[in-house]
Design a protein around this ligand. Structure first.
Ligand SMILES: Cc1cc2nc3c(=O)[nH]c(=O)nc-3n(C[C@H](O)[C@H](O)[C@H](O)COP(=O)(O)OP(=O)(O)OC[C@H]3O[C@@H](n4cnc5c(N)ncnc54)[C@H](O)[C@@H]3O)c2cc1C
Length: 507
């Protein structure tokens, strides 16, 4: 089987031609590439990130974020209120994601049909696609006996309070349960795209170029003609002067939210001003608690339990769902807005600390249109994501509920990630209601970037871009709203569904 072609192997400008050029090799691009080669089409994939193997995934946090993440792990909204985590390598965010898999909830598919004009994306038509990706990626229930102490807190606290809680499904095979999914799997247990659909695409004849960043899609009238790209020096991340030109019958943006809309905007394609609008992030806030017994939150499958008790809070309210993050020391240290002795105190408790996350379900209220991606002067995306009052209400509620959960699970101290550090005894958590909430008042982040090329507006229900006959968008940017569950399986399944539409575009 042929290999991924890496940037350092080029000594001169490169010209390619193919049936379909896909920009981006993550959840959307990989599944699509495999499906198209299975149909006998000639496929080129351009990926700005590097190609890595298990040998590169050495669990060293100090190198991993700068090598495997967009913006070397420093992306944020333009007001710096939210850190934005996205992957950037062959396999995209799936290479470093935490492996939680859910089918799209029926209520979300119904919402898309009713409010965004999405057609043919219902639970019955999606079922075969879910089943196929679950089979290929070995998506299955994670047994409760393997749930780590950090996730057990969610199960224990929710059961004590009578709240809904469940174990999760993961795309793993031979998982060593190390907990280091977020810095790349060293034992190839994670069934990420670079281990599954991309090898399938290579076996089918696809050419996958790593370290190649698409600058713009070229087009004339209603037809895309190809992609102009440049080779990046992997170490510096900067263009090394070698250009890549791909002539293609069909072009697909699978560059993900933020970077996909940016590619279209750089290409002069804005769908009447709609590209970049309705960018959703499942806004996340966190509460940390200290327990009498060791939790060791860096060890064991990072996410294996969740609660959807508050995912639907009724009319006019933003819902949230509760999960846990892995807390390796470096990631943990970026959580609190603490310095000096406060930081030392926080880190000293790490072994006995459990953190829960509340992920807010944005884009469902009529007045919630999320954030807007525009271009910076150098062509990179900028995200303006306002922290609106209805979101602040949900974040306050989430803090109080997560504190309640930790107390029920037996915590002896509760701390939030506020700018002024808080540490509360279990009987004092009522005072959380009086703390300030909102942008820059406390740590917030997202690892679920969605929307910006909304289905029903920027692309139609077959993923075809509104202003073009042979340009498609196949990735998480097509979601009209967030999901209320982790997004990867929805993207895999939508990409599998999109394969026939993209193939039909080749004529
Ligand atoms: C730390 C972390 C943990 C996560 N955990 C989970 C989880 O447990 N469960 C879950 O469901 N989801 C999780 N996610 C989210 C999930 O992985 C993503 O939603 C999903 O991978 C997005 O798929 P995509 O195809 O839209 O984009 P991506 O998978 O991000 O792929 C896009 C690719 O396009 C490339 N690209 C961008 N611009 C260009 C360009 N101009 N030229 C060439 N290439 C370009 C990027 O480098 C990237 O590799 C996590 C994400 C992160 C960051």
């Amino acid at each position: 089987m042929s290999q991924v072609i890496e940037g350092h192997s080029h000594t001169r400008d490169l010209v390619e031609s193919c049936d379909v050029c896909i920009v981006g090799s993550g959840a959307g691009g990989a599944v699509l590439a495999a499906g198209l080669t299975e149909r006998g089409l000639d496929v080129v994939v351009l990926e700005a990130g590097g190609a890595f193997t298990s040998a590169d995934f050495d669990l060293d946090e100090s190198k991993a974020y700068s090598r495997f993440y967009q913006g070397r792990g420093t992306q944020a909204t333009d007001d710096l209120a939210f850190s934005l985590l996205q992957g950037r390598s062959v396999g995209g965010s799936t290479t470093i994601n935490w492996t939680t898999c859910y089918r799209t909830p029926d209520r979300i598919l119904a919402h898309w049909a009713e409010h965004h004009g999405v057609e043919g994306v219902d639970s019955a038509s999606m079922r075969p696609h879910f089943e196929a990706v679950e089979e290929r990626l070995n998506i299955h229930d994670w047994p409760e006996e393997l749930v780590n102490a950090n996730n057990r807190v969610v199960l224990r606290g929710c059961r004590e309070l009578g709240w809904e809680a469940h174990t999760l499904r993961r795309n793993v095979k031979g998982c060593a349960n190390s907990g280091y999914c977020g810095v790349g799997c060293p034992v190839n247990g994670k069934q990420a795209m670079h281990r599954t659909y991309l090898p399938d695409a290579l076996a089918g004849g696809a050419r996958i170029y790593a370290d190649v960043s698409a600058k713009a899609i070229t087009w004339s009238g209603r037809r895309a003609t190809g992609v102009d790209a440049e080779v990046l020096d992997r170490r510096s991340g900067r263009p090394n002067g070698i250009r890549v030109r791909v002539d293609a019958k069909v072009v697909v943006s699978s560059a993900g939210a933020l970077h996909g809309p940016a590619l279209l905007l750089r290409s002069g394609l804005d769908a009447g001003g709609k590209v970049g609008k309705r960018t959703m992030i499942h806004p996340v806030c966190a509460v940390t608690a200290v327990y009498p017994d060791p939790i060791r939150p860096w060890a064991g499958a990072p996410q294996s339990a969740a609660s959807h008790q508050f995912v639907d809070r009724g009319e006019g309210k933003v819902g949230f769902f509760i999960e846990t993050p892995p807390i390796q020391p470096m990631l943990g240290a970026t959580g609190p807005k603490a310095f000096g002795e406060d930081m030392v105190a926080f880190m000293r408790h790490l072994e006995n600390a459990s953190t829960t996350l509340a992920l807010c379900v944005d884009g469902l209220l009529p007045e919630d249109d999320g954030g807007v991606v525009t271009l910076r002067a150098d062509g990179r995306p900028s995200l303006n994501y306002p922290t609106r009052p209805f979101l602040i209400e949900a974040i306050r509620e989430a803090h109080m509920r997560m504190a309640e959960l930790h107390v029920a699970a037996g915590a002896t101290m509760i701390s939030t990630l506020h700018a002024t550090p808080t540490a509360l005894a279990p009987d004092a958590i009522g005072t959380l209601a009086d703390l300030p909430y909102g942008a820059l008042e406390h740590t917030m982040f997202s690892a679920h970037l969605m929307g910006g090329c909304t289905m029903g507006t920027v692309v139609d229900s077959t993923h075809r871009f509104a202003e073009m006959d042979n340009l498609f968008v196949v990735d998480g940017s097509v979601f009209p709203s967030s999901l209320g569950v982790n997004p990867s399986e929805t993207i895999y399944a939508l990409a599998r569904r999109a394969t026939s539409f993209v193939a039909d575009g080749v004529s």
